[in-house]
Design a protein around this ligand. Structure first.
Ligand code: GTP
Ligand code: MG
Length: 357
C-alpha cells in the first residue's frame, strides 16, 4: 500500500508545482507594463525636480522587490539630497498642484496624513488596460531598505520563493484577506510570513538569515543605520549563491502545503511574534501582549492580535491592523487551503482553482 501511495503523492506534488508555475507566470506584468511604469516614474521625477532640484524618485514595494503582479500599484518614494528642503506637507501641496496642472493624472494630495503622500491614478488606455495607481511618499528610507531585503531573499531562490509569494498574494486578494483597512493583512505582511517560514520553520531551512550572517568586512554604525534603525543585512547575493546552498530540496507544492498547515495549526498566535530577524519571539518580551483586560487597553489589544516584527523597525508590528475578526478569517482561510490540498485531488489544476475560488 505504501509503495503504491508514494508515487501518487509525488506525482501530485510534481503536478501541483507545475500548475503553480504556470498559474503565476501568466500573472506577471508584461514587458510593456513595466516600461510604461518606468516612463511614468521618469516623468514624475522630472516634474518634482522643478520644485526640488536635488530630488530623486525611487520605486519601492512590489514594483522593485520582484514580487509584482500584473496591474499592481506603484509605490514611489522621493528622496531629497539637500539640507534645506521643504517639509513633506508643503511638498505634497505643491506637487499636488503641479501634477494637477501638468499631467492627466487624477491627483489626491494627503498633506496632513500621518505619512504625507500624493495619490495618483491614471485612466485606462490601450497600453495600460487597467490604468495606473501610484502613491508618492517622501524620505521613506526604511521602506527602500526593506524592499531591498525582500528583493535579495527573492533572488536567492527565485523559483521557490517568488512562486510561493506571488501565489499567496493572488490567493489572499481573491479570498479577500489582503486589506489592512478592513482588518486583514497587507501584502508586505504575507511576504514576511513566507520568509519567516522558509528561514525559521523549515528544517533544513530554504533560505539563510541575511540579517544574521557575518559581514564580509567590518561595518560601522554610520553605514548601517537608517532613521535610527539598524538596516544591515548580507546583500551580496551573487557571492551568496556560490557560498550558500540549501539542504532543503522540497518542491514548491510541498512547501506551500506545509506553509498553510503551519499557519493553520502550529503558529502560536496568542503568544508568539514572527521575526525574520530573530525567529519566534514572545509577545511578552516585546511588550506586545494582548491579554490586558482593562478597557483602556482595548486599542493596544486590537493592535497585537497577529504579531509580525518589521525586519528593521523592531518596535513596529506589521500585523497591527489585523483585528480579532480579521485574524479569525485569515486562520479560517489557512485551514480551508490546508484542507483542500491535504485531500490531494485527482487533478492539481482543479485544486488550485478551488483554492482561489
Ligand atoms: P502589492 O501592492 O499588493 O503588489 O504589494 P507590495 O509588495 O507593494 O506590498 P505593500 O503595498 O503592502 O507594501 C509596499 C511597501 O511598503 C513594502 O514593500 C514596504 O516597503 C512598505 N510597507 C508596507 N507596509 C508597511 C508597514 O506596515 N511597515 C513598513 N515599515 N513598511 C511597510
Ligand atoms: Mg504596493
Amino acid at each position: 500500500l505504501v509503495a503504491r501511495r508514494l508515487p501518487s503523492r509525488n506525482r501530485f506534488y510534481a503536478d501541483l508545482s507545475q500548475c503553480l508555475f504556470d498559474f503565476v507566470i501568466q500573472l506577471l506584468p508584461t514587458q510593456e507594463e513595466m516600461q510604461v511604469k518606468e516612463d511614468v516614474r521618469k516623468l514624475l521625477e522630472r516634474l518634482i525636480r522643478t520644485i526640488e532640484p536635488d530630488s530623486r524618485l525611487l520605486s519601492f514595494g512590489s514594483t522593485a522587490n520582484g514580487f509584482s503582479l500584473r496591474n499592481s500599484d506603484m509605490d514611489l518614494c522621493c528622496l531629497i539630497d539637500s539640507d534645506e528642503r521643504l517639509s513633506a506637507t508643503d511638498l505634497v501641496i505643491m506637487l499636488g498642484d503641479l501634477l494637477e496642472r501638468e499631467t492627466k493624472f487624477h491627483v489626491k494630495p494627503l498633506p496632513h496624513a500621518r505619512i504625507p503622500i500624493v495619490k495618483l491614478t491614471l485612466d485606462p488606455s490601450p497600453g495600460l488596460p487597467q490604468g495606473i495607481a501610484c502613491d508618492i511618499g517622501f524620505e521613506n528610507r526604511l521602506a527602500l531598505e526593506n524592499t531591498r531585503l525582500l528583493m535579495c531573499y527573492a533572488m536567492i531562490d527565485p523559483t521557490r520563493v517568488r512562486t510561493m509569494v506571488l501565489f499567496l498574494k493572488v490567493w489572499s486578494k481573491r479570498r479577500k484577506i489582503n486589506s489592512p483597512y478592513k482588518g486583514t493583512l497587507s501584502s508586505y505582511g504575507y511576504v514576511l510570513l513566507v520568509i519567516y517560514f522558509l528561514v525559521h520553520v523549515k528544517n533544513p531551512p530554504v533560505l539563510p538569515n541575511l540579517q544574521q550572517m557575518p559581514p564580509l568586512r567590518p561595518i560601522t554604525k554610520e553605514d548601517t543605520h537608517v532613521a535610527g534603525y539598524n538596516t544591515w543585512f548580507f546583500d551580496d547575493v551573487e557571492l551568496l549563491r556560490t557560498r550558500w546552498h540549501s539542504e532543503n530540496n522540497e518542491s514548491v507544492a510541498e512547501l506551500l502545503i506545509d506553509f498553510f498547515r503551519y499557519y493553520a495549526r502550529d503558529f502560536s498566535y496568542n503568544t508568539g511574534v514572527a521575526s525574520i530577524r530573530a525567529g519566534l519571539l514572545k509577545k511578552l518580551t516585546k511588550g506586545w501582549q494582548n491579554d490586558l483586560s482593562a478597557g483602556r487597553y482595548h486599542d493596544s489589544r486590537e493592535r497585537n492580535r497577529l504579531c509580525i516584527e518589521d525586519p528593521f523597525e523592531l518596535d513596529f508590528n506589521v500585523g497591527r491592523c489585523v483585528t480579532k475578526d480579521g485574524l479569525y478569517t485569515i486562520r479560517g482561510e489557512f485551514m480551508r487551503a490546508s484542507r483542500i490540498l491535504a485531500n490531494r485531488p485527482e487533478r492539481a489544476v482543479i485544486a488550485l482553482a478551488d483554492l482561489c475560488a
